[in-house]
Design a protein around this ligand. Sequence first.
Ligand code: PEP
Ligand code: MG
Length: 823
Amino acid sequence: MIGIVAVSHSARLGEAALELALQMVQGGGARVRVAAGAGSDAEGTPILGTDAVAVAAAIDELATDCDGVLVLMDLGSAVLSAELALELRVSEVPVRLAPAPFVEGLLAAVVSAAAGGSLEVVTQEASAALGAKTGQLGEASVDISAEDGPQNRPDAVVRVVAVKNPLGIHARPAALIAEASGGTDVRLRLLPDGPGASAASLSRMLMLGARQGDEVELSAAGPHAESAVERVATLFDDGFGEGTDTEPATAMIPAPRPDTRRKASTASVPPVPSGSVLRGRGVSAGVGAAPAVLLAAPLQEPDAHDIVPEARRQNAVSAIERATVAVADHLRARSSAADGEARDILDASRLLASDPELLSEASALVRVEGRTAARAVWEAAVAHEQGLVALGGRMAERAADIRDVRDRIIAEILEVDLPGIPEHDRPFVLVASDLSPADTAALGGSRCVALVTEQGGPTSHTAIIARSLGIPAVVGVPGATGIPAGVDVLVDGSRGTVEIDPGDSRVAAARSASNDIPFAGAGVLADGRRIALLANVGGASDAAASAAAGAEGVGLFRTEFCFLDRVEAPSIDEQVEAYRGVLAAFPGRRVVVRTLDAGSDKPLPFANDDSEQNPALGVRGLRIARRSPELLDDQLRALSIAAEAESAVVEVMAPMVATVDEALDFAERARAAGLATVGVMIETPSAALLASEMLEVVDFVSIGTNDLAQYALAADRMLGELGDLNDPWQPAVLRLIGAAGAAGRTWDLPVGVCGEAAADPTLAPVLIGLGVTSLSMSPRALGRVAAALGGVSEAQCLAAAEAVLRSATAAEARAVASEILGL
Ligand code: PEP
Ligand code: MG
């Protein structure tokens, strides 16, 4: 037996059509459910509309004793609700949606189902149901051709109007046109050569498919032609009362306020002409060429004060339904092209997009409170998100997924680009004002071949992540967001250039010049002294790539990169899993794990307080343990468990240490957790000057030249404009490194460098001369640094170090070092 669901905007229409249909089979032999209307208002008056949740429930009910279900719909959003219901239903019987006329189709389907027709047969019967009527009346009588319309009569009144409302001619405008024509035979024709329709025919008008921006010819003849055409034209002109905005999908959705959106597009930036070359700081080597894509602005919270008039609320609900269907479809298409974990994640997001509760809550907010479609989705999602966060643990992690799906639905409703990293199937160069660390990390799974930003310095985390992902990047490029979307761009991350529309031969030449130098797996000076060359990693996949690139071990594992999008602190088990992933890539090798360096430009919601005035000087890095000692102790515990389980030689170090007391406290906690080799980072001038005292309480130090330069020069490392100050060649920074190196020599203990300075092939030998014993960098830099070290002796390194310590400027230091080293 085949069940039938009749979906209608009107409960009365649904019931009446059912009554009519059941009379055909004397009420027996057919299983039919009506899913109609959208509840009732406070006075008990039925609300016209459709409800996908009710449609899904009707399908599920029939599915318990039917072999298949056919769904018939009246018009407009009924179709959307039916489509969405396919996502929401939990039953598995086959379901078909028939493009059949509602009343005739229902009659034919009921008769066919009662006669035992298969789903196929019942569907065909329903779909062919209009045939009888059209045959009876003759197709020509309803097909309005250009020839037989009144426009060709000598007394014809003809007027061309534009469709101005955002949704075009849907059911409501069509009904208004029919009413306004007031019995006069007004004809509509979609220009330039589209179909025609009589204003008396709702369905014909819908079939015009007239959208915003289309032109329609109105014509009528006879005594009242003039006034009838005028009335209809007025309706078009005022957008059928739905507004005439061109941006959002529905008139009641407010346009995004330009002043509250992040500057991410070309709004105020002059377009960059073809053939020009922009310059910035090359922060991740390599060449990438592809069409430019501009990072979409983040969505702003939709205004809660915009109220949708009652008459337009159903349209807003339809906009939500349409958007959720579109988002679910999009995610389904992506998940079928993905595999493994990515597929599971996309499937989970798809289910969230069609979550019946989210949808019905958002719809209720529109119907009852008059919220705009976008605002209603926002509020419904916030409620879900808070519910999940309150559950804590892994459930709280889904909160980020809800926000993602929320943004997708709202972007669809507002017809704006989805914020964040674009989902393109073809390679692209991403152009942005700036990127968050989480955005940059998401580039890993995308087709982004290069990155260009207006902001950001050489040691910003955007730069660091781009390097670790091996994506060529140029930051601090003034005017970059004026690069027109879609134009070919050639990014040279070594030279710091961005060429607009360069031509194929330029791209080929740049690519061949940028090839990486392979790394043989060991750092050795020309006279044979071994210098460990290690990798900086942010997680297991980085570690695997670094091991494959020949890194001798890990000199800096930035553990905070594993948890950038976390709202709640990761559990010990989760941490153990994340750390083991990295340790496993380096069996028997040295892996230096840094405890969470949350704060400043990479805040973690569970660790940082976002109200600080000056986060770079605030509670970041090790200082978090002042407020939340359990965070540090849990991490040390997790690391100790991971170290037990793997054979890597684990060392642990703390970021942002300023005093010897901090170093001592950290060392005691780490040792109490079972970690034997403990160090601290030298990132503050204070730590550099106290390096010797630090080495009395810890086993090694590692110099973070990125922060050391930021704090020594008092220059925000995120500001491209201050890139010249955030330069490890600055003599003050070199002297602080020298102080730490000297302390290491005094105690004969290791002094590493894990800041970006280690990846500079000319600076690397200088660092060795200053007393540094190992260098840790992005794996792509290993070959170049090894080649530079292999060409110089220890004596040259010492001489270069002495010379830079006497230099007064960064330029002078670079010049003398190059000369002595021959690099
Ligand atoms: C540094 O400051 O040099 C460093 C290695 O740490 P991060 O870049 O992660 O702050
Ligand atoms: Mg640092």
